[in-house]
Design a protein around this ligand. Sequence first.
Ligand SMILES: Nc1ncnc2c1ncn2[C@@H]1O[C@H](COP(=O)(O)OP(=O)(O)OP(=O)(O)O)[C@@H](O)[C@H]1O
Length: 409
Amino acid sequence: MSAGVGTPAWFPPRSVGQFSANGKATSQPQAARLSLSKENAVGIEVRNLSKKYGSFQAVNDVSFEVAGGQLVALLGPSGSGKSTILRTIAGLESADSGSVMLTGEDATQLPVQQRGVGFVFQHYALFRHMTVRDNIGFGLKIRKVPRAEIKSRVDELLDLIQLAGYAGRYPSQLSGGQRQRVALARALAPRPKVLLLDEPFGALDAKVRDELRTWLRKLHDEVHVTSLFVTHDQREAFEVSDQIVVLAEGRVQQIGPPQVLYERPSNPFVAKFLGTVNILPLRLLKPGKGGVGLAALLEVPPSEQAEAYVRPHDLDVHSERNGKPYWTARVDRITPLGGILRLDLQIDADHPLQIELPCDQSVEVGFARGDEVYVTPRHLNIYDRTHGAFQPVDVNRALNEAWQAGAGI
Ligand SMILES: Nc1ncnc2c1ncn2[C@@H]1O[C@H](COP(=O)(O)OP(=O)(O)OP(=O)(O)O)[C@@H](O)[C@H]1O
């Protein structure tokens, strides 16, 4: 890649707030603010944004920040308000209340053309009668950039999107994935302050989508333009983004790096939306031989209102008890899925259970349908409905500590 493509504008250092699970700002120590470099200055700041369509509240008091140079995903189910937020940031939609700051400037009242925003939609909006070169150079041409400069910028971008040999083609002569790459180059050409992507790969088939995700992440690592990416696909958000803003019903549910959200969800919605999770009754979790059950390993013993949230890969299955807390279950179905083996089990009629084992382990499993097995959790999140809070538990570590303390298990 040639130097200078998409080089981020210099953002004056300003305060970066911390956000709690509900998206509300909390204060940040002065020292941390002063140490900000231009890399982590705020690129996009959305503050208390609300929007109604008629009486329907599509966006409800949404606040979040995208640090300069980061790629952040707005993730949520259909209708959760993602596109409305993105379009409001772009200036294509106006909010009822709240503000939008772009690289430190208040853009709330600015028209679209003055926001310095690049936009890529799901349905490629390339001009059909223009070549790839003219499409990419379009934004520069209307800004009356000299012809030689447009040529060199377009050449630079053609290299970046790996379509150097396609400059003279028309959109109809490109694949869907190639068209989206051209759309991205066109959005990047005028060196936008921020790039907004609304399900840019949504119309493509699964394989191309996969390739483009990897490509987009690599491209972002090269150009570092502050980017906000809308998706309803949890895997897509995990693969491409530095941070995820999870939305439901127009509200921010949680903000954080993908793995943190996966391991430490702040509420049941986030836990369920970010991947398969078993929700199991703690009262059916039996103590290991000798009587020390999970309750004894916790700082606060779980109440009747508590449930265990366990990911399928955080469970072990054995034909014998092994001293650890366990659920008794019956094997319902065994499904090989390439690299993993999925076991569907039943604790009782109301409590199905799913386990995923790596294939090398599965060779040794040797269970058959109808077998009674002992299922032990390695890691679980205990959700207490009374207090509405999760307590993560590393079961093996807690057991080791209990054993070292002399507990009979
Ligand atoms: N112009 C409009 N008039 C009325 N209602 C609208 C309008 N645009 C969006 N909505 C409603 O607002 C809600 C949020 O829409 P939005 O498109 O922002 O959601 P989304 O999370 O992007 O969904 P999707 O993933 O399906 O695109 C939806 O219930 C939608 O029906």
